[in-house]
Design a protein around this ligand. Structure first.
Ligand SMILES: Cc1cc2nc3c(=O)[nH]c(=O)nc-3n(C[C@H](O)[C@H](O)[C@H](O)COP(=O)(O)OP(=O)(O)OC[C@H]3O[C@@H](n4cnc5c(N)ncnc54)[C@H](O)[C@@H]3O)c2cc1C
Length: 506
């Protein structure tokens, strides 16, 4: 079959990371591939809180760095933290240059939000809680009017091709057909892994394809065991799950169980303790068969609708009036701290393969993400990767005219994998359930030969092995058989082959 295209650079994904990378690469020709419509099937568009950056009121980013290191529970890469956060103001300015308008007060000063574990007000937001939507709208428009960017919507990257350790192309699925693109430079900006779970706040279609594509050609992945669960998603029959923002608890709403007990009353920080602590407390209630509710009746009452109009509207859709009713909540998968290991230019361990945004692991987040640092990381790393790619003068170096796409089949294993991930890789883990998950994933891996692509069991196996090997509890990774945090610990790095070989020994 003939290749349909060639391009010096292919960017995969149209969330904040992908759009920003493509824009920053202009005027270099870029092919931007995205499943679904541009900007739509992204976590970026769901982002509510905003983007964190040290404001003019902070003299520099040192307090932001300190907060990030504390949240990361000893596992952040200090250089990554300093490099990315120091570029915070620059990132805001670049977004503004493309036309993003952050909320301001009547004196023209940025109206900054405060979120859990931030020591200062430093969250830049848009229309209150519509930050991601505002950013994606502006960047999408900018991409569409940039002549050097060709957008291919409804296009799924299904397999990366490499020659020795160097990228030579990508196979895509478009209109039900498999086609190939020859390129020497691919930027993965495919977002998180929420779709690997039965319940997540991420778009359902995003199940870590970027990680699968990279792992499949031998890239090293990092910190895979660290998955953040948001404690208060609305417990209703809505997919993906919708957040009841932390800010509702910030306004005084409390968590109660079905026996009307305020079960966090004696925990340090109470309802505003860190996300992993609150998520575990709720999880404990649910495994005892109790329901958990957010009670905003006293703290906000009739004022709920004014303060949180979007959330109020959402609750109304499922027949709940937060001024009078309890809001049922549960913790669900929300953000992946782990990802494809990159350096601070977004380069992976495969030459010509770059990764930016949530799919990448720069070392910024450590064992737990500080709220609103991910939009910042996506922006800064897109800028840095684009600059480094331009410095490398990418060209089409391959003479391939024929890449064989015959016989390729996209895996249909996702529903099985989701069940196991939801049960065994959830908030609380232990050796027995992890071993059982690994064995099941290994069986699935062994059943599929080379013609299958986007195999979710591949990345699920790597996550489960990483969780099995970390015999401690730290940040978002909690082992009930190893509840203590070790005095000294390192980030984790793993290739698919290493995970596979290890799994076979269990
Ligand atoms: C509900 C919610 C609220 C959040 N709030 C905040 C917040 O306030 N502040 C903050 O900093 N962070 C927040 N986050 C996290 C943040 O939104 C994400 O980490 C960030 O937007 C990720 O951006 P991204 O560009 O890396 O990925 P995404 O925005 O998820 O984009 C991924 C893109 O890749 C495409 N894609 C995936 N696989 C393929 C494939 N195989 N082929 C082609 N295309 C593919 C997708 O369709 C999509 O276009 C929130 C997340 C959620 C879910």
């Amino acid at each position: 079959m003939k290749n349909i295209m060639q391009s010096p650079v292919v960017v995969i994904g149209s969330g904040l990371a992908g759009l920003m990378t493509a824009l920053q690469l202009a005027p270099l020709p870029v092919l931007l591939l995205t499943q679904g419509k541009i900007g739509q099937e992204t976590s970026s568009i769901y982002a509510q809180g905003g983007i964190a950056a040290a404001s003019h009121e902070e003299k520099d980013s040192s307090a932001h760095i300190e907060d990030t290191l504390r949240a990361g529970a000893g596992l952040c890469d200090q250089k990554a933290v300093a490099t990315i956060l120091d570029d915070g103001r620059k990132a805001i300015e670049v977004l503004e240059k493309y036309g993003v308008i952050f909320d301001h007060d009547r004196h023209g000063r940025p109206r900054l939000g405060l979120e859990g574990a931030h020591s200062h007000r430093r969250i830049f937001h848009i229309d209150g809680d519509a930050s991601g939507r505002g950013i994606i709208k502006v960047l999408t428009e900018a991409v569409l009017r940039t002549p050097s960017i060709t957008v291919m919507e409804n296009t799924i990257a299904v397999r990366l091709l490499k020659d020795k350790n160097k990228i030579r192309g990508v196979i895509i699925q478009i209109e039900g057909q498999f086609r190939s693109i020859v390129t020497s430079t691919i930027v993965l900006a495919t977002g998180g892994i929420g779709g690997l779970f039965e319940e997540s706040t991420n778009p359902l279609q995003n199940y870590g394809q970027g990680l699968i594509l990279a792992a499949d050609i031998g890239a090293v992945l990092a910190d895979l065991e660290f998955i953040q669960f948001h404690p208060t998603a609305l417990d209703a029959n809505i997919f993906p799950k919708t957040l009841i923002s932390e800010a509702v608890r910030g306004e005084g709403a409390v968590l109660v169980n079905s026996d009307n007990q305020r079960f966090l009353a004696n925990t340090e920080g109470q309802e505003l303790a860190s996300r992993d602590v609150v998520a575990r407390a709720i999880y404990h209630q649910t495994i005892q068969g109790k329901k958990v509710y957010l009670d905003a009746r006293k703290a906000l009452g009739k004022g709920f609708k004014t303060r949180f109009p979007t959330i109020a509207q959402l609750c109304h859709q499922v027949g709940i009036d937060p001024s009078m009713d309890l809001i049922p909540v549960k913790p669900v998968e929300h953000f992946h701290m782990g990802g494809i290991k990159t350096n601070l230019n977004g380069e992976t361990t495969i030459k010509g393969l770059w990764a930016v945004g949530e799919v990448a692991s720069t070392g910024l987040h450590g064992a737990n993400r500080l709220a609103s640092n991910s939009l910042l990381e996506a922006t800064v790393m897109a800028m840095r990767a684009a600059k480094a790619i331009l410095d490398n003068h990418p060209s089409i170096q391959s003479n391939d005219n024929e890449i064989d796409e015959t016989g390729i089949v996209i895996s249909d294993r996702l529903p099985f994998v989701k069940k196991i991930m939801q049960k065994d890789l959830n908030i609380i883990r232990d050796e027995d359930t992890l071993r059982s998950a690994i064995r099941q994933f290994l069986t699935l891996v062994n059943e599929h030969d080379d013609q299958y692509v986007l195999n979710p069991e591949q990345i699920a196996l790597m996550i489960a092995v990483s969780a099995f090997l970390r015999k401690e509890s730290r940040g978002a990774h909690y082992r009930q058989d190893y509840p203590a945090t070790l005095e000294k610990a390192n980030r984790s790095f793993i290739s698919f082959d290493q995970a596979y070989q290890y799994a076979k020994t269990l």
